[in-house]
Unconditional design. Sequence first.
Length: 214
Amino acid sequence: MGLVRPTAGRVSLSDKPVADALKKNLIAYVPQTEDVDWNFPVLVEDVVMMGRYGKMNFLRIPSREDRLRVDKALERVGLSELRGRQIGELSGGQKKRVFLARALAQQGTVLLLDEPFTGVDVKTENAIIELLRALRDEGHLILVSTHNLGSVPEFLRSGDPHQPHGAGRRPDRNHLHAEQPGAGVRRRAAPYQPLRSGSARRQRSAYRYGVDRR
């Protein structure tokens, strides 16, 4: 998102600086709902329209294309009938889908989602997973920060992270390997070892998430 400057090297997207990608609205962000002021009076469709601001003129007057993109985004997340509601009146899962619709309306190629499964019911979680799976298959790059690791293998595919992807190349679509049913996580726990200070021993747990390299 360009909020923190790297201490060394550079961060690029498609061989271009992240700042350029942000200017072109290639990166769409779905925040945690806890970071939003729900007392601010705004309609659902207006929140989704915010995803189009980067493509509007300085007067922020929506075009026909903008309205069509908002309609399509609301339809994809199943909230077309709630477009005229105040966003503060929605349930937690519906609010999540509103911000996901805003990201879709932005037409970003990269989607950043911060804890998209927190505070939602099973039905909403499954709906979000299905949408992320579809977006993945459409060629979007999806980055998710989540503690709900059991849902990750449902939509995530990954290849060798060291393999560069040149222009026009599609990422490797190998599935994550799950050593445990329903989980894409390999968990390893080291034995108890005394700390150098001589205090009580603690367990060191190491988690590795990634693809099967066999």
